[in-house]
Structures are given as C-alpha cells and as structure tokens.
Design a protein around this ligand. Structure first.
Ligand SMILES: Cc1cc2nc3c(=O)[nH]c(=O)nc-3n(C[C@H](O)[C@H](O)[C@H](O)COP(=O)(O)O)c2cc1C
Length: 167
C-alpha cells in the first residue's frame, strides 16, 4: 500500500472508533495548562498507571515535559463546556469555565466524571507526539457515568442509544 492510502484508511479507522474525551492538565511555575485529548489508555493496575499521547506542537506539551505531575480529567456530558473552552481559549483562560481545584499542584475538575492525578514516570517521544506515562497518586470517580464521547468528528451522548446492551 502507498503511504497516503495507509493514512486515509487509518484516519477513517480512528474516525469510527468512539473515544472518551479527557482534559489533561498540569501546572508549571504557578501557571495552569490544559489540552483536550482522546489518546489515553490505562496501562496497568499494578502499579495503577495510564498513558496519554500529546502532540509536540501543542501548547501544553512543554509544560507536560517540565511538570512532575499531570491530571487526566475524564469529561462527562456536563463538561462539554470545558471541552469547548479548551479548544477556543489559550493558557489560563482555558480554566475560566468549570470549577477547578488544585490537588498535588495540578488542576482537578471538580465535577468531571473521574480525575486521575498522576506522577510522570516516563516520557517517550515518537513521531509528532510524546507518550506520557503516569502512575496514579490520587484518583476520584464520581458516579454520574455519562461520558462525553467523540465519534465521527463530533461529540455524541453514548447513553442516548435506545438499547445500551447488545446481547
Ligand atoms: C476530540 C479531540 C481529541 C483530541 N485528542 C488529542 C490527543 O489525544 N492528543 C493531542 O495531542 N491532541 C489532541 N487533540 C488536539 C488538541 O486538543 C489541541 O487542539 C491541539 O493540540 C492544539 O492545542 P493548543 O492550542 O494548546 O496548541 C484533540 C482535539 C479534539 C477536539
């Protein structure tokens, strides 16, 4: 296959994989930084660990390289305003929407579906991105499990499916 054909098929593949949406946040020298991301995965329960992939051109990349900790806020349907604010504002202005609290010196979204505060354990550059591996040093799960979901280039309400379970 030609590289452009592989890329087209890959982009189509990713477009049709429904993904949860995260606000990845950190703080450096008293300034908060954040980015909307879908490239997240749990790594293991022992130790409890996760990874996120961040574009090296993103404004939060430098701060994530510097910071000791970051927070993965799992966005719920009620946090759509935070996702929109992160995409339209820059720097500290991204935190004008939503209730944010500092915990272990990283911004935690108080009404996110879940928040995982991570100590950065590894950073691995690959291509245009850096993979940040974090070990959980704090976590909150709030039981309103209505995830904001990204699918086919738009946000959807996955709980609105008429029949959630397929037997
Ligand atoms: C739904 C969605 C998912 C995204 N996922 C990622 C991601 O996983 N990693 C990433 O680096 N950027 C991701 N982006 C792009 C960033 O949010 C951001 O727009 C881009 O990096 C530019 O950020 P900047 O304005 O802070 O430089 C995503 C954007 C959207 C809307």
């Amino acid at each position: 296959m030609q590289p452009e054909d592989i890329l087209r098929e890959f982009q189509g593949t990713m477009r049709h994989i429904a993904a949860a949406v995260y606000a990845i946040t950190t703080k450096v020298d008293g300034k908060r930084y954040g980015i909307v991301a879908t490239a997240f995965s749990s790594v293991s329960f022992d130790p409890p660990s996760v990874l996120v992939c961040i574009n090296q051109d993103a404004s939060a990349h430098g701060p994530l390289m510097q910071a000791d900790h970051f927070c993965v806020n799992v966005l719920g349907l009620a946090n759509r305003d935070v996702a929109d604010c992160f995409m339209t504002k820059k720097g500290e202005e991204r935190f004008e929407v939503g209730e944010w609290q500092d915990e272990m010196d990283v911004p935690v979204l108080v009404n996110a579906q879940s928040s995982m505060i991570c100590k950065t354990m590894d950073r691995h550059r690959f291509g245009t991105h850096t993979i940040f591996i974090g070990e959980l040093v704090g976590a909150h799960h709030r039981d309103n499990a209505k995830p904001l979901t990204y699918y086919d280039r738009r946000y959807i309400d996955i709980t609105a499916a008429p029949d959630h379970a397929i037997f």
